[in-house]
Design a protein around this ligand. Structure first.
Ligand SMILES: O=C(O)CCC(=O)C(=O)O
Length: 279
């Protein structure tokens, strides 16, 4: 790491020319970025440092700049939110089980599923009856299942549509991966980060008690959070494009979950929750 205040301007020019300096950083903020980054230009000389490589910057405890090296920044943020856990780690500290399997599908397959789901599912605005008034959400939903199952939530009853080819394909993959079985799927379409879902639990009487719910996400990566009903402690993670999250055991009894709205994306996201309805 080289301090800007300890070298002359001609030294600096030479080191850049000889590729001995390739990245700049802010010592106070502990952020590194490209030499041409506009955020770097505004900095005081005594705060500016230089690095040969990103590796050197990271070894010194610097994180990537969100403006000029977006991909590295996204990866850094993801690591921060999704600590390196595997599908056997329970993300909840007590009274429930949540396992995050990470990305199950390649980027290409995930893009293809997103495209197919956006175009083949019978999306409808969700309906809820709140204080006797019919409310239509901006978010769209669809309900698919084995044989015309009915499912009641938010005081409205939905009848399941017959499985599409891709939904059956996804159901099989999730069943094989988790060792669980499912007979229905609720799909949600969030057109942009402005749309989300408020705190709730999936504990309707039609759902198998303590049964597993397999949640598959395609599209924009979004934060997903859990809140304990009594202690209010929270757990959150980022649901990635093509990923699987499983909630089971007493999770719905003791924890609420939500998808908070965000200004950080305007891209769509589709979420599928594979469930077991009891007849
Ligand atoms: O979109 C999501 O990830 C969450 C969906 C959800 O909470 C639900 O279907 O109950």
């Amino acid at each position: 790491m080289i301090d800007h205040s300890k070298i002359t301007d001609s030294d600096l020019r030479n080191k850049i020319k000889n590729a001995e300096i390739c990245f700049g950083g802010n010592r106070k903020l502990k952020i590194y970025g490209m030499l041409k980054c506009s955020s770097g230009k505004r900095m005081k000389r005594q705060n500016r440092v230089f690095f040969l490589s990103e590796k050197e910057a990271k070894q010194n405890g610097f994180r990537p700049c969100g403006h000029c090296i977006k991909t590295e920044y996204q990866n850094w943020k993801m690591d921060l939110f999704n600590p390196h856990t595997d599908e056997n780690t329970n993300l909840l500290p007590k009274e429930g089980t949540v396992n995050y399997y990470g990305k199950l599908f390649s980027r290409e397959d995930s893009n293809q599923y997103l495209d197919i789901l956006l175009n083949t599912i019978e999306w409808k605005n969700d309906e809820a009856i709140i204080f006797g008034k019919l409310i239509l959400t901006k978010r769209k939903v669809a309900w698919y299942g084995d044989s015309g199952f009915e499912y009641t939530y938010s005081n409205t009853t939905k009848k399941a549509l017959p499985w599409t080819k891709e939904l059956l394909e996804l159901k099989k993959i999730i069943e094989e991966k988790t060792g669980e079985t499912f007979n229905s799927c609720l799909l949600n379409l969030y057109h942009s980060g402005e749309e989300g879902m408020a705190w709730h639990s999936d504990a309707e009487k039609d759902l198998k008690k303590n049964g597993a719910i397999g949640s598959v996400s395609f599209g924009a990566e979004r934060k997903f959070a859990f809140k304990h009903k009594q202690t209010k402690e929270t757990v959150s993670l980022i649901l990635e494009h093509g990923s699987l999250l499983v909630m089971k055991d007493e999770t719905q009894t003791h924890w609420l979950h939500r998808l908070p709205p965000t200004k950080t994306t305007s891209k769509p996201r589709v979420n599928l929750t594979f469930r077991t309805i009891v007849g």
